[in-house]
Design a binder for this molecule. Structure first.
Ligand code: TRP
Length: 340
């Protein structure tokens, strides 16, 4: 069981996203909204994880390169403020790669093979025996990301809990070698919003499967996605009673509709019979159009000024470079390598 941790003002927060596609509604309810709140009271860094993105995309690097600024525009569009949150680019922080090398010596292959998230990703990505070494070892690199900032709180989805565990194991090993607390242990911060299902109700949302609604989705894309949403397959006629459990339209109404009482009434009506899917979808569509219209507009404005986005990343990376190098220096000292 994982304890739910709450943030303190003294917490140092680090989160990251693989830059492999634009961010979607799942990111919004699962973590972006929370980050917007956290930035007011806490020191927060967001890492655009381009190097981790490459661990399964090295054969198509443009998938990562072309999405870096999209992801930054997504952050800004939902209200992450670069004056409050440091936004930086992983590949601009060489200390992270160096820490990964040092930490690699503290982790066994069998430990990596036991990581349940990596295991299921290997399955879903169809690697079989051809697993890139970079992919297999990304939990070590993520431990470098987290520990290099002395992060104490890491907002993540539950699939990332094994990475937090791995990070703390490395932190304890290194501190054990040092005989003092050089690195800081961290706690996960899970979102209290349930994981948003994909629009087809089948799978986890996936950028590649086309079952997501991106934050930059056009009006037509939103409309088409809602119309094709999975509902209750046995709800054939409007007058039939319908099921709301597993009905994606209701899951999204729960997640996004501001009036919970109204959603409860809709659910009761649907369960009694007499409420059609066309109607529930129309209500959901209106609510999503209203939510995403201003986000889409701000996102487009930011993407029209790429120089500004690059500048934000450059400044954030500069600040972070200094922080992460300090940690690298103390880790090298543990191995007796600060000779020169
Ligand atoms: N693994 C995270 C993801 O799948 C991305 C990530 C990279 C991350 N480094 C991190 C998350 C550090 C939290 C902390 O999106």
């Amino acid at each position: 069981m994982t304890l739910q941790h709450t943030p303190n003002r003294s917490d140092i927060i680090l989160t990251g996203d693989r830059a492999t596609g634009p961010l979607h509604l799942g990111h919004y309810v699962g973590s972006l909204k929370q980050r917007v709140e956290l930035q007011h009271a806490n020191q927060q860094t967001i890492l655009v994880a381009d190097m981790q993105g490459l661990t399964d995309n090295a054969h198509q690097p443009s998938k990562v390169a072309s999405n870096i600024l999209n992801v930054v525009a997504d952050y800004l569009a939902v209200g992450i403020d670069p004056d409050k949150t440091t936004i930086c680019l992983q590949s601009q922080l060489p200390a992270l790669a160096e820490l990964t090398m040092f930490y690699s010596n503290l982790v066994t292959m069998s430990r990596l093979e036991r990581n349940p998230t990596v295991k299921s990703e290997i399955q879903s990505k169809g690697f079989e025996r051809s697993i890139p070494v970079g992919f297999m070892t990304y939990p070590i690199s993520q431990a470098a990301d987290i520990s290099a900032f002395h992060a104490t709180l890491v907002p993540v989805g539950d699939d990332q809990l094994p990475m937090i565990e791995q990070t703390n194991e490395i932190v304890r090993k290194l501190n054990g070698l040092a005989g003092e607390a050089i690195l800081t242990e961290c706690r996960p911060l899970l979102s209290n919003a349930p994981r948003l299902p994909s629009t087809d109700g089948k799978n986890k949302m996936s950028k590649t499967m086309g079952n997501t609604i991106n934050l930059g989705a056009s009006e037509r894309e939103i409309s088409a996605a809602v119309k094709s949403m999975y509902t209750d397959p046995y709800h054939l006629r409007v007058e039939d009673p319908g099921r709301v459990e597993g009905n994606v339209v209701f899951t999204y109404l729960d997640a996004f509709h501001p009036d919970k009482g109204y959603v409860d009434e809709l659910k009761a009506h649907y369960q009694r019979g007499g409420l059609g899917d066309g109607k529930t979808k129309k209500i959901l569509e209106e609510c999503l159009q209203e939510l995403l219209q201003p986000i889409r507009a701000r996102r487009a404005d930011y993407l029209n000024d790429k120089a500004q986005l690059v500048d934000i990343l450059r400044k954030g990376s500069q600040i972070s470079r200094e922080k992460t190098e300090t940690v690298l220096h103390s880790v090298k000292a543990v191995f007796g390598l600060n000779i020169l």
